[in-house]
Design a protein around this ligand. Structure first.
Ligand code: BTN
Length: 262
């Protein structure tokens, strides 16, 4: 169970020309909260904070993000996108693609994106993303939780959550190297986030090929309203296109929750 090494991650970033300055802490409440404080204090873009443990890890809609210490990856990046603010929602789409590509690069796994911000393996959640506007609305904090080595999940999450190790078709493997995975994630995040303006439509094509929701009947919660429909496609903006029961169609830019209905 090797701890993550900040010097090792920074050396890799320097060697590859990546813009990240990485810190690793043994414990914090939430890496998103720490970086939001740094953003408010004027920290520059490119700060990345990994935590071996979080005492108040957060997901969307005030859900908690739970992970045992030292086994998985929990980190946040401070971004100050140069692109126009109306393009910032694209960050979640690009980051989801980056997480998939990093996993594919490192392991014989085929992760899928459950729009808008979950990554699935074998129909279970392996990773979640949380992008939050920060500072004086002049920064974004992107938080990523990725279950890497966890094998047992808290009550209520068995059957719903998985880890890379649990999904790996190699029962002999007992531990996955988080450092190599972290470097792959930082590399792909840099590559994909550059597509926020030019190249976004092509990125959506890659997301579409990895979409877990395509063709499924879903129930989405949008601003307190339930929407039922069948997922037809993603449009060029990465929004979810639904066929509604009355025959009309609807594009969802975001949703508070999305569930498959059977
Ligand atoms: C979700 O699934 O709703 C998003 C989960 C995001 C969890 C990560 S872990 C690192 C970062 N710090 C947090 O408090 N949350 C994000």
């Amino acid at each position: 169970m090797n701890p993550l090494s900040a010097p090792g991650l920074n050396e890799a970033c320097q060697a590859e020309g990546l813009p990240w300055r990485v810190a690793v802490v043994a414990e914090t409440a939430s890496t998103n909260d720490s970086l939001r404080e740094q953003a408010a204090a004027g920290a520059a873009a490119g700060c990345v904070l990994f935590a071996e443990a979080q005492t108040a890890g957060r997901g969307r809609r005030d859900n908690r993000w739970l992970a045992p210490p030292g086994q998985d990856l929990m980190f946040s990046l401070l971004l100050r996108p140069q692109a126009a603010v109306y393009l910032w929602p694209r960050v979640t789409t690009l980051a989801a693609l980056a997480v998939c590509l990093a996993i594919e690069d490192q392991l014989p796994l085929r992760p899928l994106i459950k729009w808008p911000n979950d990554i699935y393996l074998d129909g279970r959640k392996v990773s979640g993303l949380l992008a939050e506007v920060a500072g004086a609305a002049d920064a974004l904090v992107l938080g990523i939780g990725l279950n890497v080595n966890t094998r047992t999940f808290p009550p209520g999450l068995e059957g719903v959550a998985t880890s890379l190790l649990a999904a790996l078709p190699a029962p002999g493997v007992r531990w996955l190297d988080r450092q190599a995975l972290a470097v792959a994630l930082l590399r792909e995040l840099d590559r994909q986030l550059q597509r926020i303006d030019e190249g976004f439509a092509e990125a959506v094509d890659e997301v579409r090929r990895r979409s877990w929701l395509l063709g499924r009947q879903i129930r989405a919660l949008v601003a307190g309203r339930e929407v039922f429909g069948r997922v037809l496609d993603l449009n060029a903006e990465g929004h979810l296109l639904l066929a509604l029961p009355d025959g009309s169609s609807l594009a969802l830019a975001s949703a508070d929750s999305v569930r498959q209905v059977v």
